[in-house]
Each structure stands twice: as structure tokens, then as C-alpha cells.
Write a protein that binds this ligand. Structure first.
Ligand code: DAH
Length: 349
């Protein structure tokens, strides 16, 4: 029996030695030490031995078993190491490989203008507010001194959703909202940039465009005057477009201001000499503005005897065109990356 065990051990160790991978090794393990394995069979046969022989053979079997197990374990360890090594080699990153370039987007010129305007006005103590794009007739018109049937409504062809709701035609609606939300609290200094919509679509008009609204209301004794409005707009336009541009105030009409003005800026393309962009006038209109109409104050919770202020509104696309000398408004909406990518550089200049 001793020889038999030695024989099994010897051939087992040889087989373990030869095993090329962990699968074969496992098969060897089962063949020798498994339930029906060769060594297990020997152990089973021990019951036929005499009581004297049993402990002797028992210890030989145990020794053999230990030796085989140890050898298998060592080999298993080796295989594991090998596998790990292969895995590490396979998974290493070749840092010399050129990376795939991630295309970086850039901020849209209109958004750049919005951010710049907001920063500027915040630095002058204004709040940045917002209002809904789906607006009511009440806020878009009525509370701004434009009752039903008012002829000035014709200037703003609107997208009505129902008789009551429309897509706002002007950010001026936010003036009424701000006043109502503050009722007689002063001062109001707010700026609001956002999308506006009108039912027009031709070479110089888009059905959706951007506006910025500004509103300042304070107590009468603080005398918020036309001079303040003029000074504010000068700072605003010159900061945004450039120190060298000229501003011109023309009397005009808006239902929510009295007196009202339209503000022109000297043409960026010809510098005021006259060209096709400014229709040979040397000026381009950029702003509407004026002193807040007493009716607007009254309708939105401010007693016109006690409070007063100014308001202005302007188109964002126009400002972007001026700032970056963009000759055609449609470039802003055609989503051409060759156009859009230029603005990072322009801002650094
Ligand atoms: N809301 C006017 C428009 O869309 C622009 C405007 C004019 C706004 C005068 C004002 C203002 O706040 O005082 O044409």
C-alpha cells in the first residue's frame, strides 16, 4: 500500500508539474484528491488494514496529501500571478497615443452680450430679474397703458395662444410684474434680459428675438430724471460697444413712457458717414426709453404723485451686431460653428 501511495504521489506531482493552466491543474486536483480521487480511494481502503498498520499508513497518506495539496497551491498561486501580469499588460494605457480631440463649444454672442449687460448693471446696483415668456394680455399690454383696441398694439403683431395668453412681444411686461411684486418699495433698479416673439419674419425681422429691459423707480424727492436716463444709457452703450460710439436721442412715442425717446448709435460699419447698413443715415436705432408714464405707475401699485422713474428697452441682436461688427443678423441664428467659434478670440482682443 505504501508503494501505491508513493506511486500516486509521484505521478500526481508530475502531472501538477506539467499542468499548463489552472483548468488542467484543477482537473488533476479532482483526479487525485476529489471524492472519487486516487488518494481518496486509498483512504477508503484503510478500513481493511490491521489496527497496527492503520496509523502508519494513515500518516503516510496524510503526508502525501499535504505534499500534493501544497504543490497544487503553489502552482495555483503561480497561475494567478501570471494571469494578473497578463491583465496588467493588456490593460496598460499607451500614453504616447494622441488623444481624440474634444470639440469645445463657445458661448453664443447673444449670451455673451446678456452676461456683459447683467454684470455692468449689477455693478451699478441693479437686480437681475426674469419673467414668463408665455405672458398674459394684461401684463404685456394693459398694465403698460395699452388697453384693448389701443392703436399702438398694431406695432407688435402678436402670437396669441388664447384670448388671454400670448408669447410676450416685449420684456416691458416684466416692468409691471416687478412693480406689482414690490408695491411701493423703493428703489426699484432692475434689468431683465430674455426672449420675445412677434408675428413677423423677413430679412430684418425674426419671429423670435431677444430684448433687455431696464426699470428704475424711486421716491419723487430723489428726482430720477431724464438726465439720469441719458447718463445711464451712455455708460451702458459705450461700455458695451465702445468708447468712440456716439448716442443720439430722438423724441418718440411709447405708451408706457412720457416723454419717450428712441436712441440711435453711430453706425459701426461706416462710422457715421452713411452706408447701406445704416440706410445712409450714419445712425442705427438701438433703444427705446423714457420717463415712466403716470398711468403705468398707478396701474402697478405706485402713486405717481409720490414716485417716478425711467425705463428703457433694447434688442439684444442689435447690440451683439454692434459689439462684434456682425453685418447680418441671420448669422446669429444659422448655427454655423465657423461663425460661432470666433467669439472667444474676439473677447480677448
Ligand atoms: N418695449 C419696447 C419695444 O419692444 C421698447 C421700449 C421702449 C422699452 C421704451 C421701454 C421703454 O422700457 O421705456 O419696442
Amino acid at each position: 500500500m505504501k508503494e501505491q501511495i508513493e506511486q500516486i504521489t509521484k505521478s500526481a506531482l508530475e502531472e501538477i508539474q506539467k499542468a499548463e493552466n489552472s483548468k488542467i491543474l484543477n482537473e488533476v486536483k479532482v483526479k487525485i484528491l476529489g471524492k472519487k480521487g486516487e488518494l481518496t480511494q486509498v483512504l477508503r481502503g484503510m478500513k481493511d488494514l490491521s489496527p497496527e498498520e492503520r496509523p502508519i499508513i494513515g500518516s503516510i497518506v496524510n503526508e502525501a496529501r499535504n505534499e500534493i495539496e501544497k504543490t497544487i497551491e503553489e502552482k495555483e498561486e503561480k497561475f494567478k500571478e501570471q494571469e494578473m501580469q497578463e491583465k496588467i499588460e493588456k490593460e496598460t494605457i499607451d500614453i504616447t497615443l494622441p488623444s481624440t480631440k474634444i470639440k469645445r463649444g463657445s458661448k453664443h454672442p447673444v449670451n455673451r452680450v446678456i452676461e456683459e449687460i447683467e454684470d455692468l448693471f449689477v455693478s451699478m446696483g441693479y437686480d437681475v430679474v426674469s419673467g414668463p415668456e408665455l405672458e398674459t394680455d394684461e401684463f404685456c399690454f394693459e398694465r403698460l397703458n395699452l388697453p384693448q383696441g389701443h392703436p399702438a398694439r398694431d406695432m407688435q403683431d402678436s402670437f396669441y395662444i388664447t384670448n388671454e395668453y400670448l408669447l410676450r412681444t416685449q420684456t416691458s411686461a416684466v416692468q409691471a410684474r416687478t412693480m406689482l411684486a414690490n408695491t411701493e418699495k423703493t428703489p426699484i433698479r432692475m434689468i431683465c434680459a430674455g426672449k420675445t416673439y412677434r408675428r413677423e419674419d423677413d430679412a430684418t425681422h425674426s419671429h423670435q428675438f431677444g430684448q433687455v429691459e431696464g426699470l428704475v423707480i424711486d421716491k419723487k424727492e430723489r428726482n430720477v430724471s431724464l438726465a439720469d436716463l441719458k447718463g445711464t444709457l451712455e455708460v451702458f452703450v459705450k461700455k458695451l460697444i465702445g468708447k468712440n460710439c456716439e448716442l443720439r436721442f430722438r423724441p418718440s412715442y411709447f405708451p408706457f413712457t412720457e416723454p419717450s425717446y428712441e436712441v440711435d448709435v453711430s453706425c459701426f460699419k461706416c462710422g457715421g458717414k452713411g452706408c447701406n447698413l445704416c440706410k445712409q443715415t450714419g445712425w442705427i436705432e438701438v433703444l427705446g426709453a423714457g420717463i415712466v408714464h403716470p398711468n403705468v405707475l398707478k396701474m402697478n401699485g405706485y402713486d405717481p404723485e409720490k414716485y417716478g422713474g425711467f425705463a428703457f428697452g433694447t434688442g439684444l441682436e442689435r447690440l451683439a451686431m454692434f459689439k462684434y461688427a456682425i453685418p447680418d443678423m441671420r448669422y446669429l441664428y444659422t448655427n454655423d460653428i465657423r461663425f460661432l467659434n470666433q467669439f472667444d478670440r474676439k473677447d480677448e482682443e
